[in-house]
Design a protein around this ligand. Sequence first.
Ligand code: GLV
Length: 315
Amino acid sequence: MDQQSKMSTFVIVAPNRDTSQWKDGLQKHLPDHTITIWPEVEDPDTVSGVACWNHPHGSLKDFKNLKLISSLGAGVDHVLSDPDLPVGVPVTRIVDQALTYTMSRYLLGLVLSWHRRFDIYRQEQATHTWNQKANPERNLQIGIMGMGVLGRDIAENLVRLGFEVYGYSRSKKEIDGVTSFAGEEELQSFLNEVNLIINLLPLTKSTQGILDATFFNRLPRPVCLINAARGGHLVEEDLISALDNGKVEQAFLDVFQQEPLPSDHAFWDRKDIFITPHIASITNPDAAIPQIANNWLRAMKGEPLRHKVNRSEGY
Ligand code: GLV
């Protein structure tokens, strides 16, 4: 057996997901290689690539010849939070235009229904009320936290629709029509401008719990909050207090500290919280599989990888 085929097992480690489509797709792309689903691994020394989604921490540490760790999605927080993640192995994520568009469409749906007050018309329909209000739209100043690929796309869409848009990120971004703020020192100036906040930040050590009581208390006026990033950004009990004390008027949440959201969670019964079950933008295997296969081949040949993340920055 030559060196290449000895080290050509690829393992999908995603215990709570249906991975058969991923396995079949990867196998079709790479017919000469072995693709398996964890924990089925005959010889850990032959494993040179893995793709994961919420892998059990420690499950990659026996793969001594690993050359690629790919996320099965856009986020990599679930990969990088493993304290036993093999050192020095490159980590990549999925960047896909369809995933970006899906996220923007989800966010546009929420922003527009909040802006046009469709919830009110639904209530008025229930009482057969014809009420043509003079200026019915909510006047929005929209702040986007996280101006990566997803943040930029929704920002551009909102600018195109004539909204006032503000961006907040680690480093300042130049986007036509968007007023940009960067770094902790500009967070207050950003918050002063906005009454709708979309969170799309990557989850890192410095953004964990960023949406907490301190954050909500810095808001000069009530906001609508959309969290489509990660549950770990939000301190859930602090959101409840912020809704009760009027700092937050409405929250649209797609992600939670614990998923599935437990059926006895306080969020379910609140009228001022709208819940979706982490569906804002789900990775499409047809788009992601060629990226993963291609990166793995590149990794085995020592070539530069696409969509590699900075392990110490966390995105
Ligand atoms: C979804 O949440 C992803 O990170 O792709």
